[in-house]
Design a protein around this ligand. Sequence first.
Ligand SMILES: Nc1ncnc2c1ncn2[C@@H]1O[C@H](COP(=O)(O)OP(=O)(O)OP(=O)(O)O)[C@@H](O)[C@H]1O
Length: 322
Amino acid sequence: MRSPISPVLSISGLVKDVGPLPTLDGKMLRVVSGLSLVAGRGQVTALLGANGAGKTTTIECAQGLQKRTAGTISLLGQDPDTAGAALRSRVGVMLQDGGLPPSARPIPLLRHIAGMYQDPWPVEDLIRRLGIDAFSRTTVRRLSGGQKQRLALAAALVGKPEVLFLDEPSAGLDPQSRQMVFELISELRNRGMGIILTTHLMDDAQRLADYVYIIDAGRNVAEGTVAQLLRHELETGDGGPHIRTLLFEAEPGLDLTGVLPEAIEVRESRAGSYSATGALTPSDLAAVTAWWAVRGIMPSSMSLEARSLEDVFLDISGREIR
Ligand SMILES: Nc1ncnc2c1ncn2[C@@H]1O[C@H](COP(=O)(O)OP(=O)(O)OP(=O)(O)O)[C@@H](O)[C@H]1O
């Protein structure tokens, strides 16, 4: 596990059992099994995992909203299970369902929350930054999903928190709003806020996160910067090669045996659609194009793709994340 210079959240060996559940003959269900992570100040730390991986449970334990079964948690140096309101005022939380009062209107709601802090973020600035003016007369219950998300982010930021928890921050956002929210998140990170993001969207993690914990079935399965994960420098630290895929379309039934090294996996996924995946070198690409030249093959398309975080997740868990 990494050790950032200034951690805002440290979780070690977190275990969470829920139940007893009638569906399990009255037994408890372990939904988080020994998970550990550290999130630093001035960084975006992502918890990436498929539906049901245990992200929300972990984050709710970190916020003191759920009591843990075992393990230790330090949020801004305090145990969230025993800390009081003073800790909560230093933490911003943006939940997926917003958690905002349905009959409130955006601007009075933000002003009301600002009134609870000594030195709040200027409400006008948040309204402008998150485009809230466009729906300021609508009650929370009538806001679209994306508008609710933007308002929930503003509400989480009014108190100028030191730590910000974001649960699926881009859910329901159109491309412009997503850009707006991503720019704000990057700026907050640069100002020194510690941001913890839970998501099952590879793209969000890839665009925003300084450090990623991939979790599956309540456990850590891999961690690293996006670049490290893509290079396969997982916890084992093998610093492996760049994996790429060469894709091309040509006549069906070509036999590429012997053209590429055995470690490169060649497939014809559908008739005439080929992929070659592995640690491809420039010589491998030259070998394929020379082979085409000798046989007079002119592919109708060809491309070279780098691995995505999605590929990494698939390799590790054998499951699709999204
Ligand atoms: N109180 C509970 N009773 C029964 N099962 C529970 C309970 N709380 C959590 N679970 C189960 O534990 C697992 C982890 O849930 P959690 O909400 O933490 O996942 P998640 O990674 O946040 O998923 P998502 O991306 O879908 O939000 C799920 O399979 C969920 O159904």
